[in-house]
Design a protein around this ligand. Structure first.
Ligand SMILES: Nc1ncnc2c1ncn2[C@@H]1O[C@H](COP(=O)(O)OP(=O)(O)OP(=O)(O)O)[C@@H](O)[C@H]1O
Length: 252
């Protein structure tokens, strides 16, 4: 079932208009890159989709359910199926890698038992499988802050995997990483997209990464959708529309 974003608008309390009537539909299995200058509204858009940020107006409909109208209880249920990956990884630094991954399952297990640090063995096995998938099973007992940036982001992916998401929202997942690591992280996300059929919306800074991984691009400028098409359709004119006249085209 598609993700339908309808005239989504966000005006922050200080009057900043971060999104203005943004509309698009994403079909299952797409890998959509969200691009635009810093401040264009990429984070706001991704976070309005699962209501980490409350939109001011407009609608988000997914799997036939109006997320924007969902009650807190319905919203919790919907969010279980939406994985999220963050630029700064958002791990609990002093907890182990395994505990961080198990946290991805919190929407599913008994909250009282999980508060006590108890997870059923089946959940621990699931977490270990997720860690194996991102090549980190050996580091399960390490503290999260003992890992490198690239490894921490892989923990972030394993945590999202625990949710068995149908939709993955990735907010600049590789902006803190060097280019080689950026590819390794995006390859895991690509695998989730291609093998597991997870729909991906991912904000990205660099066009070469967009060309390599995305099947579709949405360009934002000052909160307005200024481009929606295939990566190979971004020619110099389109590039300037998205990034402004003064922007230099570097890389891809
Ligand atoms: N909590 C907030 N209160 C007021 N304005 C905000 C808030 N969060 C973001 N903004 C503003 O909204 C606009 C869009 O910000 P957003 O973070 O969504 O952009 P972005 O494209 O993700 O940028 P970046 O790549 O730098 O993260 C910017 O002008 C920003 O300053």
């Amino acid at each position: 079932m598609p993700l339908i974003v309808e005239r989504l608008t966000k005006i922050y309390p200080d009057g900043t208009r971060a999104l203005h009537e943004v509309s698009f539909t994403v079909e299952d299995g797409e890998f959509v890159a969200i691009i635009g200058l810093s401040g264009a509204g990429k984070s706001t858009l991704l976070r309005c989709i699962n209501r980490l940020i409350e939109p001011t107006s407009g609608r988000v409909i997914w799997n036939g359910i109006d997320i924007t109208a969902a009650s807190p209880r319905e919203l919790r249920k919907i969010r279980r199926q939406i994985g999220m990956i963050f630029q700064q990884f958002n791990l609990v630094k002093r907890a182990t890698v395994l505990t961080n991954v198990l946290a991805g399952r919190l929407g599913y297990v008994n909250p009282w038992l999980s508060l006590l640090g108890y997870f059923p063995p089946s959940e621990v096995q699931r977490a270990m499988r997720a860690l194996e998938r991102v090549g980190l099973a050996d580091l399960a007992d390490k503290r999260a802050d003992e890992l490198s940036g690239g490894q921490q982001q892989r923990v972030g992916i394993a945590r999202a995997l625990m949710q068995e998401p149908r939709l993955l929202l990735a907010d600049e997942p590789v902006a803190s990483l060097d280019p080689v690591l950026a590819h390794s992280i995006l390859r895991y996300i690509e695998e989730l997209n291609r093998k597991d059929g997870v729909t991906v919306l991912c904000s990205l800074h660099f066009l070469d990464l967009v060309h390599r991984y995305a099947t579709r691009v949405i360009g934002l400028k000052d909160g307005i959708k200024v481009f929606d098409g295939r990566p190979d359709e971004i020619d110099d004119r389109r590039f300037k529309e998205i990034y402004g006249q003064e922007a230099e085209r570097i890389g891809g």
